[in-house]
Design a protein around this ligand. Structure first.
Ligand code: ADP
Ligand code: XUL
Length: 523
């Protein structure tokens, strides 16, 4: 028992969450928002860099700087970090980090006298990292599928068809566009493995949960697929960090953190996983059939599964669960919070006004519909940005608000059919899960209760739970996942939102019309 730290390195922020397993409570939770601290220094907007032509990157050195700032804040506000026994983490999925041959040495020599950013400034062979919002790799997706013998082969091998945001196509594009820099790349890792490496002071492998989001991992053996690596880029087998089980200790925390922030020398570091796989754990989805919704920068709907059921049409993705046994089905919508913000800002509203608009408009929006493609969409695949309005007055702020939320909820229902899981309830997390009016629409469209939790950051909580589980297992006193999740991943009493049957009936009729509209415009 003791305290465990979970970190979530997401698109717009870095969060640290400490659990106290003796008290069965969250002991501290702090967030560093990237734009609030680093907007000018790194030229970011909402955590990312738009480089043109669909390329969306972020800055690994900014994440390192954020880690120093977060740990300083946690020490100031969260108390004595020497009580933390182990740390695990979560990273935005699919993003790739490219390191040169000085990286391992620099990580191993971190010295508590100077910040990470100063000591690690020279380790990148590519200064920025392409992330999940990048849509520039359509050609590489086709090439990767063809290279392994076709789309169906890649699907069977890795559980996924090729996606523009997945790491494999991103690596291939880099190798093609900048072969010199690719040649000088000694190691390629993910956002998750990069953050874990900063903590362990050495290169930490990739976990299978996040490895699944590369198009390069055999989904059943949870190992890199030699066939996919060969089809992706030269010498990738040598450059790509290996895969390790999610609960195998990566090593002790680097002395850097002991001297700078007062951690105990024996504090263990566990591999980081993807943010969605960690949310799966943080919401207690450790048995098949349970379904969750994350309303973060992206909106994702996901479920725990026994077997890696695949989405042949490319509607969804399949990842290995970091519980080491199960799988997760996931649908990712790019137009999540940023689409909600686009409507909010267009009509000069705040979140309170946004909620008011939902309260004052009827389910079904009197026939007004929107396809909320403020940016290119992942599901359904929409290559070019452009919101579509159908019987919707663009000047009618209230109708616009309802239209964007109904579209998101209807789309999540339409595109979840392939998962083959009956949605009887939805566990929610992510920044927008604070908005009750938004959740009511999701409850009505899915016709099921929506459960809320103490923290809206299930990814960081899941990471902390993974640290606890890994630490117990390494000590020879393992605990079943159900018992690990139970004290923390439980809905807040009295917070469940029930569907309104009349509204559910309206949406049951509307769904066909929405599907038709989508078919006319997607592609
Ligand atoms: P990520 O982990 O992807 O970086 P978060 O889960 O932290 O994202 O969610 C951040 C988003 O939450 C912001 O972009 C913002 O739009 C949204 N958000 C925060 N509060 C509210 C609210 N009250 N209503 C709707 N959306 C909100
Ligand atoms: C999932 C996905 C996003 C990122 C960022 O496939 O691309 O949800 O993990 O949160």
């Amino acid at each position: 028992m003791g305290k465990y730290l979970g970190l979530d390195s997401s698109t717009q922020s870095l969060t640290g969450l400490i659990i106290d397993t003796d008290a069965g409570q969250i002991a501290a939770e702090e967030t560093v928002n990237f734009d609030a601290h680093f907007k000018v220094a790194y030229g970011i907007d909402k955590g990312v860099l738009h480089l043109g032509g669909g390329q969306v990157h972020s800055a690994p050195l900014m994440w390192a700087e954020a880690l120093d700032l977060l740990l300083q804040t946690l020490r100031e506000k969260g108390g004595d970090l020497s009580q933390i026994r182990a740390i695990a983490g979560s990273g935005q999925q699919h993003g790739t980090v490219y390191l040169n041959n000085t990286a391992a040495k620099a990580l191993g020599q971190l010295n508590g006298e100077a910040p990470l950013k100063e000591q690690l400034a020279g380790i990148l062979s590519r200064p920025t990292a392409p992330i999940w919002m990048d849509t520039s790799t359509a050609a590489q997706c086709e090439e990767l599928e063809a290279g392994v013998g076709g789309r169906q082969v890649l699907l069977e091998l890795t559980g996924n068809t090729a996606f523009e945001r997945f790491s494999g196509p991103q690596i291939r594009r880099f190798a093609q566009e900048d072969p010199d820099a690719y040649r000088h790349t000694a190691y390629i890792g993910l956002v998750s493995s990069f953050m874990a490496s900063l903590l362990a002071g050495k290169l930490v492998p990739v976990d299978p949960g996040d490895g699944s989001g590369t198009n390069l991992m055999e989904i059943r053996s949870r190992q890199w697929s030699p066939k996919a690596l060969a089809a992706c880029a030269p010498e990738l087998e040598r450059k790509l960090l290996p895969i390790t089980p999610s609960d195998r200790p990566a090593g002790p925390l680097s002395p850097y953190y002991v001297s700078r922030y007062g951690f105990a020398p024996g504090c263990q570091v566990f591999p980081f996983s993807g943010d969605n796989p960690c949310s799966l754990i943080g919401l207690g989805l450790v048995e098949p059939g349970q379904v969750a919704l994350s309303l973060g920068t992206s909106d994702t709907l996901f479920a725990c599964m026994d077997q890696p059921r695949v989405s042949a049409e490319g509607e969804g993705a399949v990842f290995a669960s970091p519980d080491g046994v199960h799988y997760m089905a996931l649908i990712c919508f790019l137009n999540g919070s940023l689409a909600r913000e686009a409507v909010r800002d267009r009509h000069r509203l705040d979140w309170l006004g946004f909620g008011e608009a939902l309260r004052h408009t009827p389910p079904g929006n009197q026939g007004a519909l929107m396809l909320p493609y403020f940016a290119p969409e992942i599901v359904p695949k929409v290559a070019r940005a452009g919101a579509v309005r159908h019987h919707l007055d663009p000047q009618d702020a209230q109708a616009e608000v309802r239209a964007v939320i109904e579209a998101q909820a209807l789309s999540s229902r339409i595109h979840s059919a392939w998962m083959g899981v009956a949605i009887r309830s939805l566990c929610v997390t992510g920044g927008a899960s604070a908005n009750e009016e938004i959740l009511k629409v999701f409850a009505d469209v899915h016709g099921c209760p929506v459960h809320r939790f103490e923290t809206a950051n299930a990814a960081a909580l899941g990471a902390a739970l993974r640290a606890w589980q890994g630490h117990l297992k390494a000590a020879g006193t393992p605990k079943p996942w159900k018992e690990i999740a139970a004290p923390f991943a439980k809905p807040l009493p009295g917070s469940t939102i029930q569907p309104n049957p009349a509204a559910t009936a309206v949406y049951a009729k509307l769904i066909g019309e929405y599907r038709e509209l989508e078919k006319r415009h997607a592609g």
